[in-house]
Design a protein around this ligand. Sequence first.
Ligand code: HAM
Length: 419
Amino acid sequence: MDLAPPRGTRDFFPEDLRLQHWLFGHFREVARLYAFAEYDAPVVESAELYTRKAGEEIVQQLYAFEDKSGRKLALRPEMTPSLARMVLQRGKSLALPIKWFSIPQCWRYERMTRGRRREHYQWNLDIFGVAGVNAEAELLSALTTFFKRVGLGPAEVGIKISNRKILQTALEKLAVPPEHFAQVCILVDKLEKVPPEVVKEEVKALGLDPGLMDRVAELFSFAELDAVAQVVGQDHEGVSELRQLFALAGEYGFDEWLRFDASLVRGLAYYTGTVFEAFDRGASLRALCGGGRYDRLLSTFGGEDIPACGLGLGDAVIVELLKDKGLLPVLPEHLDDVVFAFDPSLRSPAMQVANHLRQQGRSVDLILEDRKLKWAFKHADARGASRLVFLAPDEWAAGKVRVKNLKTGEERDVPLEAL
Ligand code: HAM
């Protein structure tokens, strides 16, 4: 039998889980600082939640199956559709705005590269009910707070930012019908990964002029927002939203992280406005985080739209970056006491001692087999315990246990009540 987990998935040994708890601790703490409430949803959802026609990679990578009663189900590739479903379920009873976060495990049948796997945990922060870019600013402030907490600054990580409304206007000018907008966004996003001829073929298949991709590339060659504004108009909604967002970033103090990038579209069909992506300035890794505004997702599920925006940051990519930068923490196991009976006849008192310590909230490893004292010392040392508490016949007869402080080497006999 192959002992490795299925390709692209991970086992979490205790040391891996310690790292995960450390990372998720930062996710939760930043979410708490910004007043996001945690939610969750099933990892298995109805496949129809993800049936979108725009030709997104995420849909092609779906782990989909039928259950025993013929229901078409899928492992969630992302959290946003589940969140939208939950928001619709609550309907009018939900007091807006809401700020919610989660750390779901997501599944995508992905081509594996560094930091890209077939399962990953994704920190999601979403705001529903705020139409203006104040919401985006709050999200990006939380994101940069997280990066700073794990030791990453604007010299290591940048955030590319754009607005789909700009591309939308450009496409309208090129006579692309609005119903093709999402599909064209996905094709434009592919330009980075797939040869332009392949993309052009797909544009043609939509019944559109493949030449429009060259015009889009021209628009994308502008490095400055001002240059784009000259094409789409100074008072264009997308341009002014970006300007507001840059101004807010200055007030929050995270403007150093931001970089306008006209070519940023993101590969998800539902984004309607601001889109952003956090990237490694060393350029050795794929996106660290992606997000944006999706004001019209709810109506695609048959509900009434609510303005919304959010982000997702994957655990695997950030860990790769922290590894590269030497920022992974050393996380020893935490153990207070090892309790050891010198003699099998003292096993029952040893349990009492362990119980007594545990009731006080100490983490106690009770040695469960007959072992030599030397072994117990080595074991306590290897597990990083603070104290070795051992029971010997004479001391126990006098109501005492011997306590060795493993940090200072000090050793003394202590009455049980004083432990
Ligand atoms: P996404 O851009 O598809 O967005 O993914 C967000 C982040 O999840 C990526 O930047 C990356 O860190 C991580 N990620 C995605 N796929 C993988 C993978 N195969 N292996 C490892 N990490 C991965 C979304 O999923 C949106 N639902 C985010 C969002 C929330 N937008 C609004 N709210």
